[in-house]
Structure formats: C-alpha cells, structure tokens
Write a protein that binds this ligand. Structure first.
Ligand code: PLP
Length: 391
C-alpha cells in the first residue's frame, strides 16, 4: 500500500540541492494564498527588492523565473538571441555546453572559446575571439562552473565584452550567495541563478536580472521571442510594480515563500559575512583533505569555496565510496560529470550546508570509508588539520 512519503534525513554536500534551513522549510509549509492576493503581491515586491540586493543591482527587471536554473538560462538566451546573431560562448565544463546548445537552437552562431575542464575562462582567448568577430553581439560564460569547481573572472570578462559593445549573459547559478556577485559594478547585462545551490532553497525557481541595455535589446527585437512562457515582455506585466498586475501564469506560491525566507537569511547574516563563511569552511575542509593526502583538481586561485573537486585516489571505486557515505553517514557528495566522471568527487559547501559540523562529518566519513577500502591515505590527521584551520 502506498502511504505518505517521508524522505530520509540527509546531509547534502553535493553540487546541489544543498541543505535547506528549517526556517525556509517552515516558510514553505505556510498556507497557500491566491497569487493575485494583495498580501502575496506585497511579498513578491519584497522578493524583488531582496533579489536586487543580493545581485548588487538596481536593475528594474530583477525577478524569480518560475522554474529551475535551466529555465533562467533559457530566459536569457530566448530573449536576447535572434536568428543569425553571433554569440561568443565560453566553455570550460558542462554548463557552457548548454549555453552553446541554447544559441544554436535559436538559430544563432556560437563562437566557442574553450578551456580545459578544471581551468578558468582565459580572458586572452575571449579578447582574441572578439577581435576575430567584432560583430559578436553577446558574450556568454559561467561564473562558477559547478561541474569542475572553477571560478572565472566575471568582472574582467564583462569588461572585454563592453569594449566591443557586446552584451553579457552570465550563469551565476552556483555563485550567487556563495562568492561575490556584483551585477552593476561588473557590467553584467543578463544573469541567472538557481535557488537550490547557495541560496539553500528547494529547487524550482531561477532568479534573473536584466540590465536596461538588455531590456532595450529585447524591445528592439525584429522577431517575437520564440518562447511564450519565458518572454520577458509578458512576464514583466506580471512582476511589475504598481498594482496593475496582469495574469501570466500561476506563481509557485509556496516556493516563493521559501525564496523570501532564504533571501532574508542571507541579508540578516550580511552578504560579505556569507561569502566569508564559505571561504572559511572551504579552507578547513581543504586542510583536512590535504592532510589525508587528497588533492584538488583546481588551482587555489580559481577554486570555488562552495564546490570542491577532489581527485579520487588511484584504485578507489568512486561509486562504492559515495554509496557507503550515503548508507553509513546519510551524507551525499557529488560524482564527477562528463570527462571527470570517476576522476573526482564534488564536495559542496553551499548555503546552509556550509558549516563546521558538516566539514567535520565529511572528513570523518571520508576517512573511515577510504580506510575500509585500503586506500592510500594518511589516517588520524584530517580532523586535527581542520580544527587547526578553524583556530
Ligand atoms: C545547477 C546548475 C544549473 C542548472 O540549474 P537547474 O536548477 O538544475 O536547472 C545551471 N548552471 C550551473 C552552473 C549549475 O550549477
């Protein structure tokens, strides 16, 4: 007989979703009200205000798209790319490849700038791509590549695009609320994120923001936006202020309660403090893993604190370790993707999951599990190394 579903209690230290704070879960369980209810509309306005703060932007068009991060990505591309447009797309992992797909499906021409998985997007290559294609209309890149744990220099890349008069589309799904993201200061024109990474919400919502220049580009289109649901001209009528809200779709009401609470948590802690917390726990995790003899895929200079790609020691069975962690510790870490499958684990320290208890649990669980498999690691030193880093 089928009965109510009660998920097991897990610690989520993979590439997302991350642990959700009890405050966010409680917010989500509050009674559903109508999506045009004045109380709900007021909450929507507060979400917009808080999103602007975390994106560090004054962009009027800053809203949560009612679908996961992938829909935020599509919202940027379907609105800004027209048939025949040249788009410079940077790929250094899985998610840049999805940007390329988006451009090509829209009839655009993707000019690829490729860097190895585990490396950051090379600004010199982007400059070379623009000098070969000065008519490129958009530069698209991933700020925090979750498939590898690499941070690229969003500010430098946007500055190059501006020199050539191009707009920028930036994937900040994993970066937002984990590392610094400054939309206005860096000159980002279209940015999308997701709720289930460092914002520590359940998945299903994608915050996006469009600059005035991006909005102008959408308005100046000669063809209509090929997606009805994601057409910013229509969505704006729903999310615009001033009480004259027009029905577009039914907002995911309770998921937006969750986002409201999660944004409040970030602002209560303070953005700078949130970034510093991610860095602090990353350094402790790193100290423990390195003491054990494990190594990182990415150079420290471009490493994301919230997504740690750790090389799997020779002879260790990737899947067996992850299964043991889940069964014995109820701890989830991520597998490698694509060319890194079987080569790395991806250990997330995202949002509410980024805390000392999780770092200590992960080190202990990994050490015991690897010990049981006779892996070549140093025993009994990881926890002390992490505690030393916290001192
Ligand atoms: C998770 C992720 C996405 C996709 O988000 P979904 O919510 O899974 O659709 C896109 N880009 C990056 C960098 C991500 O980490």
């Amino acid at each position: 007989m089928i009965t109510s579903f009660h998920p097991p209690a897990r610690t989520l230290m993979g590439p997302g979703p991350s642990d959700v704070s009890p405050r966010v879960l409680a917010a989500m369980a509050r009674p559903t009200i109508g999506h045009l209810d004045p109380a709900f509309i007021q909450m929507m306005d507060e979400i917009k205000v808080m999103l602007k703060t975390v994106f560090n932007t004054d962009n009027e068009l800053t809203i949560p798209v009612s679908a996961p991060g992938s829909a935020g990505m599509e919202a940027c591309f379907v609105n800004l790319v027209e048939r025949g447009d040249k788009v410079i797309v940077c790929q250094n992992g899985v998610f840049g490849g999805r940007m390329k797909e988006n451009v090509q499906r829209l009839g655009g021409e993707a000019i690829m700038v490729e860097d190895a998985w585990g490396k950051h997007v090379d600004p010199d290559k982007v400059r070379a791509a623009f000098s070969a294609h000065p008519d490129a209309k958009i530069l698209a890149f991933v700020h925090a590549e979750t498939s590898t744990g690499v941070r690229s220099d969003a500010q430098a890349l946007c500055a190059i695009a501006k020199e050539y008069g191009a707009l920028t589309i930036v994937d900040a799904v994993t970066s937002l609320a984990g590392i610094e993201v400054k939309v206005d200061e860096w000159g980002i024109d279209a940015i999308y994120s997701g709720t289930q990474k460092c914002l520590s919400c359940p998945p299903g919502i994608s915050p996006v923001s469009f600059s005035d220049a991006a909005v102008e580009r959408v308005k100046a289109r000669t063809t209509s936006v090929p997606s009805w649901f994601l057409d910013k001209n229509l969505v704006m009528g729903y999310w615009s202020g001033g009480g004259k809200r027009a029905y577009h779709h039914t907002a995911p009401i309770n998921s937006l309660y969750a986002l409201h609470e999660a944004l409040l948590l970030v602002l209560e802690e303070g953005q700078e403090n949130v970034w510093a917390r991610h860095q602090k726990h990353h350094l402790a995790l790193r100290a423990g893993l390195e003491a054990m003899g494990l190594t990182f895929l990415v150079d420290e200079s471009h490493r994301l604190p919230q997504l740690n790609s750790v090389c799997i020691p020779e002879g260790v069975d990737d899947a067996a370790v992850r299964t043991a962690l889940l069964q014995n510790y109820s701890l989830e870490i991520g597998a490698g993707l694509g060319s890194l499958a079987g080569k790395v684990w991806r250990i997330g320290l995202m949002g509410a999951a980024c805390n000392q208890r999780n770092v200590m649990l992960c080190l202990d669980a990994l050490e015991n599990t690897l010990q049981g498999m006779d892996a070549p690691i140093k025993l009994g030193v990881a926890a002390q190394a992490a505690l030393q880093a916290y001192r």
